[in-house]
Every structure is written in C-alpha cells, then in structure tokens.
Write a protein that binds this ligand. Structure first.
Ligand code: CAA
Ligand code: NAD
Length: 303
C-alpha cells in the first residue's frame, strides 16, 4: 500500500469540508469533490475562515506554520475543488462524505472502484450504514473501511474506525495512522448499525424530539435541562439542528431497520420537520430559526 500523500474527499458539505481542511492542514494534497458547485464555493469559504481561526489563536504548530506561512494562506494551495470524479484517479485514499443513503453511497463506491488506482483505500464517513454492504459494491472489499469523523471535524478529537467483514489489517493500519496524523484519537467499532457513537447519541436525540412532541417541556427547557443538568456542550435539539435533521432521521431509520427494535422508531415530529425542509442550521431553520437572529443568539432564537 502506498504512503498516503494525496486524498480525495467526496461531498463538500459540513463534514467533507472539515475533513478536506484537516488534510490540507496536515500537508496532504487534497481534492474536494461535490456534485453541487455552490457547495464547493461554500466549502472553500468555511475552510478558509476556520484556518484563520486556528492561525489567529496561534494554534498552528511550528511545522504547520512552516508549511502554510504565518497567515495560513498556503494551506489553501493544497486544496483543489472539482465536480469531476476522474480527478480522483491518482489519490491514495478517498473519504466519502455524501448524503446518508445506502443506495447513493453504493453507486458512488461502484464508480470510485472503477476510477481510482487499484491500491487506493475507499473510506466512508457514514454515521450508521454497513461498511460491509458498501464494500460489496466494489471489487476491493479488503480496502474499504469506515472512518467516522465527528462534527466539526477540525475541532472534535474522535475518529471512530469501522472494519467491514473483509477489511484488511493493512487498510486498518494505514487509515488509523492517517486519523492520528490529523491529531485524532481512534476508537474501533464492529460493523453494526450506528456503530458506537450514534447507537447511543441518536436515541437520546430522538427521545428529545418525543419529549417535545408529547408536550413534556418546551424546546428551550429540554435543551437547558440537558446542557446544564448533564454538562453537554449543546442541548439535544440544538445538537440535532447542528448535525442536520435529515442526517438524524436517516440514522434513526438505519438503527430501526438494522436492529429491528421499535424503540428506534423515528419520532413523528422529526419526520415532519424533515418533510417540511426544516433540516437545521444548514437550511437556516430546524427546531430553531436561525435566519434573522443575530449571531450571538442564533441557537436560542424563537420561531
Ligand atoms: N474551525 C475552527 N474553530 C472552530 C470551529 C471550526 N469549524 N468551530 C468552532 N471553533 C472554535 C471557535 O472559534 C471557538 O474558539 P474559542 O473558544 O477560542 O473562541 C471554539 O471552537 C468554541 O466555539 P464557539 O464559541 O463558536 O461555540 P461553542 O463554545 O458552542 O463550541 C462546539 C462549538 C465545539 C461545536 C461545541 O458547541 C460542541 O462541542 N458541541 C457539540 C458537538 C458535538 O457533539 N459533535 C458531535 C456530533 S455527533 C457526530 O458528529 C456524529 C454523527 O455521525 C452525527
Ligand atoms: P451535508 O448535507 O452537509 O453535505 C453532503 C454533500 O454531499 C452536499 O454538499 C451534496 O451536494 C453532496 N453530495 C450528495 N450526493 C453526492 C454525490 N453523489 N456526489 C458528490 N457529492 C454529493 O451532509 P453532512 O452533514 O456533511 O454529512 C455527510 C456524511 O457524513 C453523511 O454520511 C453523514 O451521515 C456523515 N456524518 C455527518 C455528521 C454531521 O454531524 N452532520 C457527523 C458525522 C458523519
């Protein structure tokens, strides 16, 4: 297996842009691909602003300052954006971060298998979907692995690694080394729906929706209760808006189908919000409305 020098990230939304940023900040050549050119424009802007935050706080190591210059601007030179899958033909690893749908991801893995070089690793940032089944869409299941970053990837310390039924030790070691190069701590999960983090986190978020749906309390009190009462940085409804309600719903569906217990049935209120296009912060409206509120009170704004 080649040393990882170049990565491709597919999906330039909140996760893919953060993963691409980690690659560029750690001196790798990065191709960031999205089918939507507007998503690439938004990604470039958010990556640049995030790097500036690290620079202004003096949080780039000496090695990184050498690489990027004191202003951090050179990091952007390592990042190239495209909508053409063919550009990924020479990368050493692809990290997929597109929509949380097994069918759409499988179609992408089939294409990536044809385009990328035979030694390339195909990793998925899926929150819940079977790595074994994604691998089955390719001719290289030994080189397919789950590399699950947390949101926001430049800040959160964890990467959850998931081996499919056929993932090789070599693939696991190379991917783990990459996560550690990004400064992350790795935990390993078996390939079952939702892995570790979302097996535990999503039922809590879903229960917060049921708590709202059944009128137990207001959204503000539910969030304040969990934030101040259990020391979570965000309340569960605020966190759901941050993750994306479409992503939360997709994960609940995978847990429900994969584990077969009615306790994982998505809350009807979560389903209704997604049907209404209230997907959370990325759409400006979810449980809370972020569209007109000033920055400082965005997470507290009333509908
Ligand atoms: N790039 C660079 N810096 C960033 C940043 C980014 N993308 N996002 C936040 N920061 C920095 C801010 O500049 C700020 O720095 P200072 O304290 O030095 O000013 C610091 O991080 C804190 O940010 P904020 O003041 O804006 O807001 P905050 O204190 O609420 O922190 C947060 C933001 C880190 C996101 C925090 O609210 C948090 O940890 N929330 C919970 C996140 C979480 O649980 N993530 C996991 C979700 S589950 C998942 O990801 C798995 C899945 O599959 C769904
Ligand atoms: P997002 O909606 O912010 O971004 C998804 C991006 O993928 C969009 O820009 C879209 O244009 C692009 N896309 C969709 N289909 C594509 C295709 N076939 N080819 C190229 N680009 C395509 O989503 P996100 O929140 O970044 O989530 C992406 C993945 O990461 C999902 O699998 C999700 O479960 C996982 N994840 C999300 C979070 C989170 O907190 N949001 C955390 C960890 C993992």
């Amino acid at each position: 297996m080649d040393e990882i020098k170049a990565i491709g990230v597919v999906g330039g939304g909140q996760m893919g842009s953060g993963i691409a940023q980690l690659g560029a900040m750690n001196g790798l050549d990065v191709w960031l691909l999205d089918s939507d050119p507007d998503a690439l424009a938004r990604a470039t802007k958010s990556i640049s602003s995030s790097i500036q935050k690290f620079v202004s706080k003096g949080q780039l190591s000496q090695a990184r300052i050498f690489l990027f210059g004191k202003a951090g601007t050179d990091a952007m030179r390592l990042l190239r954006c495209t909508s053409n899958l063919e550009e990924l033909r020479s990368v050493d690893i692809v990290i997929e971060a597109i929509v949380e749908s097994e069918d759409v991801k499988k179609r992408l893995f089939l294409e990536l298998d044809k385009i990328t070089k035979p030694s390339a690793i195909l990793a998925s940032n899926t929150s819940s979907i079977s790595i074994t089944r994604l691998a089955s869409a390719t001719s290289r299941p030994r080189q397919v692995i789950g590399m699950h970053f947390m949101n926001p990837p430049p800040i959160m310390k964890l990467v959850e690694m998931v081996r499919g039924a056929d993932t090789s030790d070599e693939t696991f070691s190379a991917t783990k080394a990459l996560a550690e190069r990004f400064g992350k701590t790795v935990v390993c999960s078996q390939d079952y729906a939702g892995f570790i983090v979302n097996r535990i986190l999503m039922p809590m978020i879903n229960e917060a929706f049921f708590t709202l749906y059944t009128g137990v309390a207001t959204r503000e009190d539910i969030d304040a209760g969990m934030k101040l009462g259990t020391n979570h940085p965000m309340g569960p409804l605020e966190l759901a808006d941050f993750i994306g309600l479409d992503v939360c719903l997709s994960i609940m569906k995978v847990l429900h189908a994969g584990l077969g217990d009615s306790k994982y049935a998505p809350c009807p209120l979560l389903v209704q919000y997604v049907d209404a296009g209230r997907l959370g912060r990325k759409r400006g409206i979810g449980v809370y409305d972020y569209r007109k509120a000033p920055e400082a009170v965005k997470s507290k704004s009333r509908l």
